[in-house]
Design a protein around this ligand. Sequence first.
Ligand code: PGA
Length: 249
Amino acid sequence: MRRPIVIGNWKMNGSLESSRQLVLAIGEKAVDDCGADIGVCVPFVFIPEVSSLLDGSRVLVGSQNVADRPAGAYTGEVSAQMLKEFGCTLAIVGHSERRALYGESNELVAERFRQAVGEGLVPVLCVGETLDQRQQGKTFDIINAQLDAVLDTSGTEALDGVIVAYEPVWAIGSGMTATDEQAQEVHQYIRNRVAGRNQTIARALRIVYGGSVKPDNAARLFSMPDIDGGLIGGASLEADSFLSICCSV
Ligand code: PGA
């Protein structure tokens, strides 16, 4: 049985003070185990403070990216080891904003994934198609390329214990959520693709949905058989809406 997980992705939002208030509210109210694991992926600079405020709580801390190399002359990057040292257990890799706005290729994302796994972080590997790609019937080709780059670089066994987030690009921040059926179809496809290589890993793999998840649509999405929780952007910036989504599993 897969335990659901709901992860907040704060993106580039908030101040030190607003981050403190948000995690204190989340940490305080997340004492109830409503059946889901909970995580927050925060801007790099807030990680030390957020980690220390959440120390001893059940809320996991994560980054929104991770370097594709272990250490060295890579200006602007933050290594998996550094993230671990400051209390991260999760690391988003391949978010569509990184892919589209910062040109991150499938190969680069696969290297980032490899570094995260190598250091014992749990990568949250984001995959998903644009509206154009969906309309051209290319959704599964895109998912295959995004997934296979990681499988080919790190090997199928590296997917043991990681999280895959299906985030249709057209649903992110747009208020246009995928229907439960649209999301389920792709989640099932991802699981089957992994099952083609290793059934045990595929059965245990947590595949979460992201893209305009809100308190009023979360329960229906999360009730689908292959949807194991969510990656939440906008609605994770407010403690009550985030926790209401967490407890919609
Ligand atoms: P959204 O973002 O919930 O604001 O659509 C999701 C994401 O980008 O991870």
